[in-house]
Design a protein around this ligand. Sequence first.
Ligand code: PEP
Ligand code: MN
Length: 338
Amino acid sequence: MIITLKKNIPQSEMDRLISSFEEKGLRINLSHGDMYTVLGLVGDTTGLYERDIQANEWVENVQRVQAPYKLANRLFHPEDTIVDVGGIKIGRGQKLAVMAGPCAVESEDSINEIAAEVRKAGADILRGGAYKPRTSPYSFQGLGYKGIKIMKEAGNRNGMPIVTEIMASQNMDEFIENVDLVQIGARNMQNFDLLRAVGHINKPVLLKRGMSATIEEWIMAAEYIMANGNPNVILCERGIRTFEKATRFTMDLAVIPLLREKTHLPIVIDPSHATGDWKLIEPVAMAAVAAGADGLIVEVHNHPEEALSDGAQSLKPEKFAAMMEKIRKVAEATGREF
Ligand code: PEP
Ligand code: MN
């Protein structure tokens, strides 16, 4: 971290500042210029926050050199993290992982039928929401624990681990008992109590990007989970909010190579929530695989026009199967096993 101090800073204030950093185990490179004095902080600065330092009236500017995250940082952990989800390995160099299923689990019959269809088309993991974060309190809120139970049965029947979203840590036991991959939704990406809670469990976590979160805020959310003891975090891009209204959100595909550089965590892309339109799912999914995503999570429904949530962005099973064939070709062309 580089701290620029005003020229006329009193010596006593400078000494106080320097010893406060030294007490934190940092070494200081001091450089006196004509206009400013510059402190170069050497060591682990993840515990420092620029804005706190900026509060000092003698500080002109603070510049971070090292990212504020440590455990998720590629710099300190050069090897790619591979996350095991009920036997499916997700991460760089692994087979492309495909998670598919309805937005929400609606009934035993429908989840069984959809699970069988997506499995037949080659999906590895069954997705479905039981606790749904709906914008309106009058919309279908999900089947709750019953949804998890019937989804687990559908997963078992078809040999698929399951991924579903947790909204409150009070339900954690249901997830520990039944769920293979615990999803933190976009709306809860900065629910720090929930992040801490999933940090304490022994299950992998799918951390979706908040719709208005920067890449750094998103990685810091992963850092929360990891700092609380859970290293098995998968990052999922699901589109961000921009001025554009033609799509539901705006897919930020540049995160794939960017995250690859900054972190060692697996990267999954959700073309359903990112676009909000089933017609756009296939091309965006193909682009994500071409750009090196480790996996996809896609909404599939056997009767999208009757779906209780997100029907407009759900593929019919036959469209999903056709997409899987195209993805296979992209995966092969880019050297990714499928
Ligand atoms: C979901 O995957 O069901 C979901 C609600 O997604 P997001 O949190 O990305 O909106
Ligand atoms: Mn959905």
